[in-house]
Ligand binder design. Structure first.
Ligand SMILES: Nc1ncnc2c1ncn2[C@@H]1O[C@H](COP(=O)(O)OP(=O)(O)OP(=O)(O)O)[C@@H](O)[C@H]1O
Length: 294
């Protein structure tokens, strides 16, 4: 289990982290989201010891994270870091060895990852000759090649096409199923919603919302209703009710804060039969906007 407790970090007058805490459990994929400059990269760098916190602690398996634990962590840094002139397979074997893998393990793991990430044909290419998306795949392979116990990935999906996203997600899933916790940052909230067990929304260096995507959506303001009635005219001009869209006999309505949904139901029923009347939970993107704007 990765526990990040009360991290604080300032760069001169800029407070990057302001009492940031979060926990990633075994076999959990934790999506770390927040606006540009919210503090995600700073947190990850502190976890990996690239940067020192002003105060606070990072614990792995109940003990302060040390150099040995960091060697068993897979890290994909924001600034990426491959040797452009080196060939893909040589690079991965080298990095695995650097993290303590035996030569046979390094070669086996490299070949497995090249196959899983669709890179077999590029195994003997120099990194600099690869497309950005393929460099990104190699970067992920580099984070995984020493069979780490923990994964910390800074925007691993940026720049990947949908096939690349699926390959990466499936490869991560094999590690998660073995109990590896994954902390990753992303601005692609649809992906975060699809892939993560838990999400932490960070704002100005603090986690302001945390939980499973389902639980967070339940907590959000469900002020939208999907209503199906044969006659749609009843919703027009209803005080505090905005018709967002209409599709056949279905309407998507948004209610002002002070409008009781039962009043809306009464109005719908007065128009005739009501075939559907359901709250629509906010998406993670809507929730993000709500939380970040608050
Ligand atoms: N080396 C640095 N020197 C000065 N300020 C920095 C430095 N690195 C980060 N900051 C500041 O710290 C804050 C947090 O930055 P950080 O890179 O952690 O955010 P982020 O959430 O990863 O953003 P993004 O989504 O844009 O990658 C920002 O205000 C940023 O400008």
């Amino acid at each position: 289990m990765l526990e990040i407790r009360s991290l604080r970090k300032a760069y001169g007058d800029t407070v990057a982290l302001d009492d940031l805490s979060l926990t990633v459990r075994p076999g959990e994929v934790f999506g770390f989201v927040g606006q540009n400059g919210a503090g995600k990269t700073t947190t990850m760098r502190i976890v990996l010891g690239v940067l020192a916190a002003d105060s606070g602690e990072v614990h792995w398996d109940g003990r302060p994270m040390d150099a040995a634990a960091r060697l068993r962590t897979g890290y994909m840094p924001e600034e990426r870091g491959l040797y452009p002139k080196m060939r893909v397979r040589d690079q991965l074997v080298y990095l695995a060895r650097l993290h303590g893998s035996s030569a046979p393990d390094a070669r086996r793991s490299t070949d497995e990852l090249l196959a899983a990430l669709g890179l077999e044909e590029r195994a003997d290419s120099r990194i600099e000759a690869l497309s950005l998306g393929n460099q990104q795949r190699v970067q992920l392979a580099a984070a995984l090649v020493h069979d780490p116990e923990l994964l910390v990935l800074d925007e691993p999906f940026s720049g990947l096409d949908p096939v690349g996203v699926d390959a990466l997600a499936a490869t991560l899933r094999t590690r998660v199923d073995r109990g590896v916790p994954v902390l990753f940052s992303s601005h692609q909230l649809d992906l975060v919603e699809r892939l993560c067990d838990s999400v932490g929304i960070v704002k100005a260096g603090r986690v302001v919302a945390e939980g499973s995507v389902g639980a967070l959506r339940q907590q959000g303001r469900a002020r939208r209703l999907r209503v199906r009635t044969p006659d749609a005219a009843w919703a027009q001009g209803l005080p505090g009710v905005l018709v967002l869209s209409r599709d056949g006999d279905a309407q998507l309505l948004e209610l002002a804060d002070d409008v009781d949904d039962q009043t809306v139901l009464d109005a719908a029923r007065r128009s005739g039969p009501v075939h559907e009347f359901a709250p629509v939970l906010p998406s993670l993107t809507e929730l993000f906007r709500e939380v970040v704007a608050a």
